[in-house]
Ligand binder design. Sequence first.
Ligand SMILES: *Cc1c(COP(=O)(O)O)cnc(C)c1O
Length: 355
Amino acid sequence: METMANTFTVEKAKTSKIHDVDFNNLSFGSTYTDHMLICDYVNGEWKAPKIIPYQPLSLDPSAKIFHYGQSIFEGMKAYKDENGQAWLFRPLENFKRLNKSAKRLAIPELPEAYFMEGLNTLLQLESDWIPQKPGSSLYIRPFILASGTGFHASPADEYKFIIACAPSGAYFSGKVKVLIEENYSRAANGGVGYAKAGGNYAGQFYPTQLAVDKGYQQVIWTDDNTHEYIEEAGAMNIFVRINDTLITGPTSDRILDGITRKSILDIAKDEGIATEVRKISVSEVVEAANNGTLKEMFGAGTAAVVSPIAGFGYKDKDYDLPELTNSYASKLKQRITDIQYNRAEDKFGWRFKVQ
Ligand SMILES: *Cc1c(COP(=O)(O)O)cnc(C)c1O
């Protein structure tokens, strides 16, 4: 890993906003910390990152981000343990995925040290902002946008890599009713579904709003070709439990390679739960709901960790899932969060100490 100890500059905020924040009533991702990391790509290279006071950006109206949506992001969290030590969860996976997204969007890849050391330095500075209350964490949003200018539809020649942080309470943890999508698609073969590209989410808002208008909270995306296979739950990976087997779809061009998804698969195997990674057809899920073998469905992602599904709608019919006392969802969420908050042994080597 290249090191950048000598090139790193930190400009501290004159005053802190931390005393204005009610840490007992945090929503998700809407209050920001005192500082941000910013790193410019100019003249064909990423310049050394700087940490500066959190502030608005100034961009030319012709910046390509506004016209061609050349932007990517990551979502991660910092957790504080009982002793006040801060931890990250598998941060190198986020770095690798950021560069995977970058490549697909014709954005220059970022050096590992800029991401890892930059993140570590920023988190040390913002340590007081990492909430300690159970379920709370510091949500971290690394992203890259095309700041280079021109109305010509081509990749920008300048970019900004930024890391912003938001102290956050536990993500919405109630059970959701979901609609299995029959018309719209989130992603297609050969497309950008596997990348965390901004436009992927813009494209989800309208179909999701239609589902919300019908009384559902979220859309279950199906494959774009046949709409016969379930692929993701909103912006989360999806798991289905039929009898006692936990099933999730294989990652592909269309299914994002979630860090929570692969961690859950490893933990489930460690728990002795039978797992299968294979295509899941809508007809199989409907049949399992009808004959009582569909025990659970849940979404998996960094923000909510595990988001249990109460029932689903498909072709104008609603199906309810049973209320389980010892669900896989709650057991797996407990195990993964115990590792994240340093409450349990980390046999997989996933924790990363902020220091
Ligand atoms: C971010 C994301 C996920 C979850 O990924 P994690 O690494 O677990 O946070 C799943 N699906 C989509 C579409 C996503 O954007």
